[in-house]
Design a protein around this ligand. Structure first.
Ligand code: AMP
Ligand code: MG
Length: 346
């Protein structure tokens, strides 16, 4: 049994013009949500004191996102809500309410494929905040955990209060919180008049304006091989601006069960079991990171057919599905708008 953790399915590549002069870049890396984050600013040289102040402000909003939505901090608003009583309105911060609303909307639109209340089931499989070894649970344990879930048992009042209908209902925003945090980083950078930007947390990336070569940002989507490494081969290269990219897949956190089946950390909300289909990864492009992050997880649950329908119905988003064939090779399926939105060439 083994678990592989991926850092980023998306990597930044150089510009199209290797001999062109590079514009000055202010860049730094840090850590948040158990992952590395990156900031790159291509708006002229910033002074050292400006960088120190910006970094402090960015880390401040990241700390605030965690204070609100972290599953791992016992005193976060989310953890306190998860311990709170049923039917009692629980006031949360405006940002938290917005992310929770977006999550419930995705649940409705995907008819429960996406479900931010699967925490007890995710924990049972050993993929959550508990320290349990990943393992296939007994049917009785799975039934008991599933009985504590269900997005329909959660409502948000107009005043931004969460209300649970079941005492053990718990919220897990793991599928959207990193994307939201990237949007927060971009919001801070823009508020200082900066326009040519790259911000990422793990594989959630959002870019604005141009890259250091004065062109669109060029990003590589890696082949979803197990035991992912930095120098993995690229499945595709995209050029984007004013957009976000997010990947979800079953090659990051998984174990192989006694029957040889891959059991991954993304759970089908309808069955309570890890997604079992031919999709190895899906990459979404969307105007902002929370949307890209949420859609990527949703499409991964829906699979290539239903997922394609879901994404083709969205005006400004598109996806690249990477399907694992029986012989272990990979096949790419682009949604209708993917090439037009990213410059992707099959
Ligand atoms: P991502 O890496 O963005 O695809 O998010 C994966 C995380 O989302 C998992 O680690 C779980 O915390 C959570 N998750 C798993 N399955 C679902 C689901 N069906 N709907 C919503 N969140 C999920
Ligand atoms: Mg996601």
């Amino acid at each position: 049994m083994h678990i592989t953790t991926l850092l980023a399915a998306v990597v930044m590549l150089g510009g199209a013009c290797a001999r062109c002069a590079e514009l000055p870049v202010t860049a730094w890396q840090g850590r948040t949500m158990g992952s590395p984050y990156n900031v790159k600013i291509v708006d002229g040289k910033l002074s050292e004191s400006q960088v120190v102040a910006l970094k402090a402000e960015i880390e401040g909003v990241l700390t605030e996102v965690n204070r609100q939505m972290s599953n791992y901090q016992p005193e976060s608003e989310l953890s306190r809500f998860n311990r709170a009583a049923a039917k009692v309105p629980f006031k949360v911060a405006a940002e938290f309410a917005r992310v929770a609303r977006f999550s419930l909307e995705l649940s409705r639109e995907s008819e429960g494929a996406f479900d931010p209340t699967l925490g007890p089931v995710i924990n049972l499989w050993g993929f959550g905040e508990s320290t349990a070894q990943p393992a296939v649970p007994t049917p009785a344990a799975l039934r008991a955990a599933t009985a504590k879930t269900g997005w329909r048992n959660l409502t948000i009042t107009a005043a931004g209060e969460l209300v649970k209908e079941l005492p053990d209902l718990a919220l897990d925003l793991g599928a959207v919180a990193k994307g939201f945090a990237v949007d927060e980083m971009i919001r801070v950078l823009r508020s200082h008049g900066l326009e040519n930007l790259y911000a990422s947390i793990a594989g959630e990336v959002r870019v604005l304006g141009h890259n250091p070569h004065g062109a669109k940002w060029v990003l590589g989507i890696s082949v979803p091989v197990d035991h992912w490494r930095d120098n993995n081969p690229m499945a595709a290269v995209v050029s984007i601006t004013n957009q976000a990219l997010s990947s979800s897949g079953d090659y990051q956190k998984f174990f192989i069960d006694a029957q040889g089946r891959r059991q991954c950390h993304i759970i089908d909300g309808k069955s309570g079991t890890p997604v079992q289909h031919a999709l190895a990864a899906v990459t979404v492009v969307a105007p902002d990171s929370m949307t890209a992050d949420g859609f990527a997880t949703t499409l991964f649950v829906l699979g290539p057919q239903a997922g394609m329908k879901f994404i083709d119905a969205r005006a400004e988003a598109a996806a690249l599905f990477i399907v694992r064939d029986k012989d272990g090779s990979f096949r790419q399926l682009a949604s209708a708008k993917f090439a037009a939105l990213t410059g992707y060439q099959p």
